[in-house]
Design a protein around this ligand. Structure first.
Ligand code: FAD
Ligand code: 2HG
Ligand code: ZN
Length: 477
């Protein structure tokens, strides 16, 4: 434990490195110390906001010298309690928010180089201005950062076409646990010169290095983007529709999301101004997107043929196709409002799982029945990225129950029930949100000892003194 004289000395050093105004030690630090889901509140020795890569490196070296650990943070929208300090008051919260420049756009190379603290939406807008799409999209895009997206290998709603953040990244700049700078911002699409370090840092949740910048892929803006919202009679039908959409739209299929009726009901309840179609008509709805590089009329004709085939086969009961960009945005907004509506409804249990798409209906039928049998009254908020086999199979306390007590008493047993079936279906207990501290102790039950051993060896090699986000992803050794 640090003595207060040592704490004061480190704070002074940090102030000298990044400026008085960028070392916060008092006032309301909730935005940095509490996680988005309000699951935990930590306490930082200091919130430090460096303004350049060199300052990040200097802060890491100063903390390493003092034996103080750091928690990197971007927009603090993470779902697994990985971006806030622990409760001891001994960790430095390293906010990357001031490193927010777009360094360069290279249209011929179809790349953009951006600093870690840049807000995702800011990057999307900058690319669009130049005629390009940066194809990462998620409901938190107005506040999450590229550094956080990379550190969690975020997914979102365009993965079915463009892949996770990993697939969009061609190079990184990283400050190591020793406070050195690795500049890997090559923008190369081919580079087989040994181990690809970039892939170690992507998805490492701040435990192996601090990402300070990245070179990312862009694609030309499509000529048209059409959105449809369809009521489907079952999850089986949703999977059937997905197959049809792949066959009719090919690479034009850029989004395919499923939403259970209860999840949509929460949007109706908490955001009454939104016009959610097909109330009560079907157990599930789907939102799908067709991006076309020819023309809007071509896109519409394709969409019409797809929906005709789907109605004929009975996998769609009814559908609306947005006629304007504003309507399309409104339909997407319904889908994106589900996590917020769920938060308004109260604390909840999240299962961010992936299963082979073909097996999702059987998985859901089995777990729905088991939960109803063992935890009567629980409300299932089931939705997600069906095109990627990724469900947010979330559980809300029974109507009127004390949500805090429900989580305290039932989260463990409910997790155990759901994850046991995930294992039997050879799925993953974290499809896109990561491990953080919330799932850390579960990891070893779901990964092989060989994989766990290799992960620990990598952590020891890159961060031998356990200074970077200790106790996240892997337990402290
Ligand atoms: P933070 O929350 O600040 O940090 C997340 C993790 O990354 C922490 O472990 C932190 O230590 C580490 N980290 C942050 N920056 C750096 C850095 N520069 N270098 C090293 N480590 C760093 N996620 C999805 O995958 N798909 C979704 O569709 C999706 N939708 C969401 C919707 C809502 C409403 C919300 C609140 C969250 C959603 N998320 C989703 C989760 C979250 O937004 C993403 O994980 C996002 O990528 C986190 O970015 P951030 O900047 O907020 O990171
Ligand atoms: C989404 O897809 C996010 O909306 C959040 O990944 C999921 O809140 C959740 O469970
Ligand atoms: Zn998601």
């Amino acid at each position: 434990m640090m003595q207060s004289a040592q704490t004061d000395a480190l704070r002074s050093t940090l102030r000298a490195l990044v400026g008085e105004a960028h070392v916060l030690t008092s006032g309301d630090l909730t935005a940095y110390e509490q996680d988005w889901r309000k699951r935990e509140r930590g306490r930082a020795l200091a919130v430090v906001r460096p303004g350049s890569t060199d300052e990040v490196a200097a802060v890491v070296r100063a903390c390493a010298q003092a034996g103080v650990s750091l928690v990197p943070q971007g927009g603090n929208t993470g779902m697994v309690v990985g971006s806030i300090p622990d409760a001891t008051g001994t960790q430095v919260l390293l906010s990357l928010q001031r490193l927010n420049r777009i360094r360069a756009i290279d249209p011929a190379n179809l790349t953009v180089t951006v600093e870690a603290g840049c807000i995702l939406q800011t990057l999307q807008e900058a690319c669009e201005k130049e005629g390009f799409l940066f194809p990462l999209s998620l409901a938190a895009e107005g506040s999450c950062t590229l550094g956080g997206n990379l550190a969690t290998n975020a997914g979102g709603t365009q993965v079915v076409r463009y892949g996770n953040t990993r697939e969009l990244c061609l190079g990184l700049e990283v400050v190591t646990a020793q406070g050195e700078v690795w500049n890997g911002l090559t923008g190369l699409r081919k580079d087989n010169t040994g181990y690809d370090l970039r892939h170690l840092y992507i998805g490492s949740e701040g435990t192996l290095g601090v990402i300070t910048a990245a070179t990312l892929r862009m694609v030309p803006l499509p000529a048209a983007q059409l959105t449809a919202f369809a009521a489907v009679p079952s999850l089986e039908a949703a999977v059937q529709l997905l197959g049809l959409a792949h066959r009719h739209l090919h690479a034009g299929l850029t989004g395919f999301e499923v939403m259970g009726d209860f999840a949509l009901g929460l949007v109706r309840k908490h955001f009454a101004q939104q016009n959610v179609p097909f109330g009560g008509l079907s157990p599930y709805c789907v939102v799908l997107e067709n991006s076309d590089h020819e023309s809007e009329s071509h896109a519409r004709a394709q969409f019409e043929r797809l929906l005709e085939a789907a109605l004929e086969q009975g996998c769609v009961l009814d559908a609306v196709v947005a006629q304007t960009q504003a309507q399309a945005r409104a339909l997407w907004h319904i889908r994106e409002s589900i996590p917020l509506a769920q938060a308004q409804e109260g604390l909840n249990i999240k299962h961010d799982i992936s299963i082979a798409v073909s097996r999702i209906p059987a998985f859901v039928a089995e777990v729905d029945a088991l939960l109803a049998q063992h935890f009567p009254g629980v409300r299932l908020v089931n939705y997600g990225h069906l095109g990627d086999g990724n469900l947010h199979y979330n559980v809300q306390a029974p109507e009127g129950a004390d949500a805090e007590a429900f989580l305290r008493d039932q989260e463990g047993p409910i997790n155990a029930l759901v994850y046991a079936v995930v294992d039997r279906f050879h799925g993953s207990i974290s499809a896109e949100h990561g491990i953080g501290s919330l799932k850390r102790d579960k990891l070893a039950h779901h990964k092989s000892p060989v994989a766990m051993g290799a992960m620990r060896a990598i952590k020891r090699a890159l961060d031998p003194h356990n200074l970077l986000n200790p106790g996240r992803v892997l337990a402290k050794e």
